[in-house]
Design a protein around this ligand. Structure first.
Ligand SMILES: [Zn+2]
Length: 217
């Protein structure tokens, strides 16, 4: 599904399918964010094909955090594809976070992580994203802010009328609250969360942050 120009979303469908919103950003190089569950990745391949895009051309995989429903499919990409995760999250999926994989009979992806994401600018081709550390849902969660488009990819930190769970291993309510406060200061026209609806319009998004900060913590 095309959101605009070079930005595509393959949305989370249902709890039964339990995938996440997978994002494809076309360009040089083509980038995918949060490829989702390994066994559900076909829905991304098929969705991209409908949009005339070829998943095999993807050159960069970025993950917002290390939960199975966001990163399992990283393993499906070859060694020539650059994979990026925050260092905190890299440690997490080898520690406490591994439990979540084991619980569903899987293991964290065994691929090499070529880039450890740090807070600050990340240049990919002609696009610049701001990496924002947003711990709370997991210790090394990050969000990506595309300033030029005023678009925030918020992973499982913020949703439409909700925030990510903080009762999973490595989650912390106070850190999540601070992360949400940090994001609320940004000028956002599109909010693309890890699950559920995509929000458009800065007024709607400001209101969403306000309700969350007033009622969820
Ligand atoms: Zn998660």
């Amino acid at each position: 599904m095309k959101l605009f120009e070079d930005f595509y979303i393959y949305p989370w469908m249902s709890f039964e399918e339990n995938n996440c919103n997978t994002i494809f950003i076309d360009g040089n190089p083509p980038v995918i964010i949060d490829p989702g569950h390994r066994h559900l990745f076909n829905h991304v391949i098929e969705g991209m094909a409908k949009d005339g895009k070829i998943a095999e051309n993807i050159k960069v995989v970025i993950v917002t955090h290390g939960h199975p429903d966001h990163i399992e499919a990283c393993e499906l990409f070859g060694q020539d594809v650059v994979k990026a995760i925050s260092f905190e999250e890299y440690k997490y999926i080898r520690g406490d976070g591994r439990e979540l994989f084991l619980a569903s009979g899987s293991e964290p992806p065994k691929n090499d992580w070529k880039i450890f994401l740090k807070e600050g600018n990340l240049k990919i081709g002609d696009k610049t994203f701001k990496i924002i550390n947003t711990p709370g849902h997991s210790p090394g969660s990050i969000c990506l802010y595309w300033e030029e488009r005023r678009l925030l990819i918020s992973g499982d930190t913020v949703f439409y009328m909700g925030v990510g769970r903080f009762d999973l291993p490595g989650g912390e309510e106070e850190r999540l609250k601070q992360s949400v406060k940090k994001l609320a200061k940004l000028d956002i026209e599109y909010l693309v969360p890890g699950h559920g609806e995509i929000l458009a319009g800065s007024r709607v998004i400001k209101k969403n942050f306000q309700v969350i900060l007033d009622e969820f913590f």
